[in-house]
Ligand binder design. Sequence first.
Ligand code: GLV
Length: 365
Amino acid sequence: MRRVFVTRRIPDEGLRLLEAEDLAVHVGQSREDAGVDRASLLKEAARSHGLLSLLTEPVDRELLEASPGLLGVANCAVGYDNVDVEAATELGVPVSNTPGVLTDTTADLTWALLLGVARRIPEAHEYTVAGRFRIWGPNLLLGADVSPGGSGRRKVLGIVGPGRIGAAVAERAAGFRMEVLAHGRSESRESRESGGELKKGERRQEAPGTTSPTGPLMRRTSLDELLERSDFVSLHLPLTEATHHLIGEAELRRMKESAYLINTSRGAVVDEEALVKALREGWIAGAGLDVYENEPALTPGLAELDNVIVAPHIGSASRDTRARMATMAAENLLHHLRGERAPNVVNPQVYETEAWEARRARSNQ
Ligand code: GLV
């Protein structure tokens, strides 16, 4: 019987799909607040035909080399920087992800952080529940407009990484009458598929479960111009060698003192130490963060700042989206196990390799 290892308990919808097959399904960790330890991960992967991983587990060369029976890795996330895809391809292991379905949910969270930090919602909440709201005040908790508001000036939203999620964030800016700038040809497959930046009137290719009534108008520009002009800079990049610390001290200093940085992509795209300095010294007005450089640890000083909103990496965390991600990952895994091309394979070139043929042949013996 084929064995699959699901590193941590995923929503039941996904597990049920696997359990309905003739498979031995092992879940490494059922607690929400704990991961699977490295020794168990290595041991389990080495005995399994399929691995369903989360972004919390490094699926690296060591693991892949020690797992000759693996027919595929189904990562239950759109990002797959936790997987050494180059090593996987070399060793003949297809890797898949869950793109598309979490686009809207992550774009919504981006806007929640953007609005929350601009209008100081966490501070307002704390103030109110602490019983400090005694009288309406003309100077109480003043924040920044996202719409033209009092100044009448259209605000500028800068999207760094205009792939699917970046485009969905841009689309929502229309309701706030914002001007949208975009920079970066995302290296991700999802972005390439969506054509990266969209032109007026163009529509995104939708994955099942996503909605997009209109395409956003984004004007492509250099990173420098985007940083200099934007009132809100939102990051939507995969983490790669090229994007690591893309936003560092120099970039933060380029932003306006009144501007906000929002990051719902990957923490290490930002140099977090430089960000703490920028927020503390007022180079920028604030930040809304869902992801961290050394997740789950926060850079010292970050949590004490009152011009930042932090969330525990919940970009895709709606019940429906997480259920759909789990079923997508399970479906990908079933394709891997059957030796068929997985719908969301990120390294399709693997299917041309002798290493993959050899794995398939071994598993059929
Ligand atoms: C979440 O961060 C994901 O990549 O799905």
